[in-house]
Design a binder for this molecule. Structure first.
Ligand code: SF4
Length: 418
């Protein structure tokens, strides 16, 4: 009988993708979704903050208490904490992202190992299936050339490099012929795709859109300066989701400087207005409580946020990451204040999202149903807004066009029968 293996994935979509690649590369193990049944656990870790490191440690402690399967560590945390955990005997082996396709062989080593690989590798994995999901995540690049002062990612994922275009296209062709219609492009700094290969995100998007079966393309997070003129020419294409996630991180010009960001608030506002005219929903990442965020700067940031066309938000309170410039910046903001600010900005964006949905209530929604929760099927429309659908049919994985729906504060609702 093959040993049972469980994957615990922390962090971002890139990690989700990497876990998928590892699962496809395993031959001598049986993948289980039941952690308690596992003989082996692979932790695909995240190290984005000190808190993320603690989550991994806490998880290892939990496994140790529960009868200790064999534990292996990979992902970004392998670079920062792997050596120590191996020395402490808490994991049986550590391997870097570049080694993930060798997982089957690595896991059979009898001795403890530390195979961190290199930070310049370019992924060439082709994943053919994403079991149980209606959408497929496609990694198109790795690493980041930016050096935001709070972020450790460039040090653990390396500089930006693009994955091979042919392989990306072949992967999507394969998935599309297996019935996948929606593709979500991901990467550490997605919008820098092509900077090293004389290509660009826009060029790649066009090529993907020509593939038979590709119905909708969604993008992970891009940076404001990556919305180039060439990219703007695609905004009316029917296959591009009418939602972009553009990472601002802050809306106070002074804070943006402190955070060593490349975006400038005034230009961000112009860009977001332009996207509003084009009928897009726009989301962003936002960090509250970064050192130096005085009450005065926060109030300015809030006013600036209110002036933005912002419908979706992924907000975090700042969490210190040792080894980054921000970790030594002063004055720090206490956790309670950072949380209060987070809730304030969340409320503003929630309200703006509701307004957007009310204003667009006559627009038919193109929905891909992904799951069922209680009595409702749950899917996302072209604006990346969730909708709850009641139906006597089995709708999972289906595309629906819904013209008749109710807009409520938390989300949209509809009934669907044929
Ligand atoms: S853009 Fe900034 S926040 Fe994003 S990965 Fe690069 S350095 Fe980190």
């Amino acid at each position: 009988m093959k040993p049972k293996i469980y994957f615990k994935t922390f962090g971002c979509r890139t990690n989700l993708y990497d876990s998928q690649v590892m699962q496809s590369a395993l031959k001598d193990y049986e993948i289980t979704s039941d952690e308690s049944q596992a003989d082996v656990v692979v932790i695909n870790s995240c190290t984005v903050t000190n808190g993320a490191d603690s989550n991994v440690r806490n998880y290892i402690s939990k496994l140790e208490k529960s009868g200790a399967p064999k534990i292996y560590l990979t992902g970004c945390g392998a670079h920062t904490k792997g050596e120590q955990l191996l020395k402490e005997g808490r994991v049986a082996g550590v391997f870097g992202q570049s080694e993930k396709q060798k997982i089957n062989k690595l896991l059979q080593k009898e001795e403890g190992f530390y195979e961190i690989g290199d930070l310049e590798f370019v992924d060439d994995a082709v994943v053919g299936e994403f079991i149980g999901k209606s959408r497929a995540f496609i990694k198109i690049q790795e690493g980041c050339n930016f050096r935001c002062s709070y972020c450790i990612i460039p040090y653990v994922r390396g500089d930006a490099r693009s994955l091979n275009e042919e392989k990306i296209l072949r992967q999507i062709e394969r998935l599309a012929s297996n019935g996948f219609g929606e593709f979500i492009l991901t990467g550490t700094n997605l919008g820098s795709y092509g900077v090293d290969t004389k290509s660009s995100l826009a060029k790649l998007l066009k090529k993907i859109s020509y593939i038979r079966g590709v119905r909708r393309i969604r993008l992970g997070s891009i940076e404001p300066i990556q919305v180039t003129d060439e990219f703007k020419e695609l905004l009316d294409e029917p296959w591009l989701e009418k939602h972009l996630h553009i990472a601002l991180q802050h809306t106070s010009p002074k804070m943006l400087k402190l955070m060593n960001r490349r975006n400038v608030y005034k230009q961000d506002r112009e860009l977001f207005s332009y996207l509003k005219e084009k009928g897009f929903c726009v989301g962003t990442d936002f960090i509250t409580g970064h050192p130096g965020e005085s009450e005065e700067l926060w109030q300015e940031a809030l006013e600036n946020a209110k002036a933005l066309h912002l419908t979706h938000l992924h907000a975090f309170t700042y969490s210190k990451r040792d080894g980054t410039p921000s970790a030594t910046m002063k004055p720090e903001v206490d956790g309670k204040t950072a949380k209060r600010r987070l809730h304030q900005i969340e409320e503003i964006v929630k309200e703006k999202n509701f307004e957007f949905r009310k204003e667009h209530a006559n627009v038919p929604l193109e929905v891909l149903i992904e799951s069922k929760k209680g009595e409702f099927y749950v899917g996302y429309d072209q604006f990346y807004n969730p909708i709850h659908v009641r139906s006597s049919l089995d709708l999972i994985g289906n595309w629906l066009e819904i013209s008749d729906y109710t807009v409520q504060k938390e989300c949209n609702y509809a009934d669907f029968e044929v």
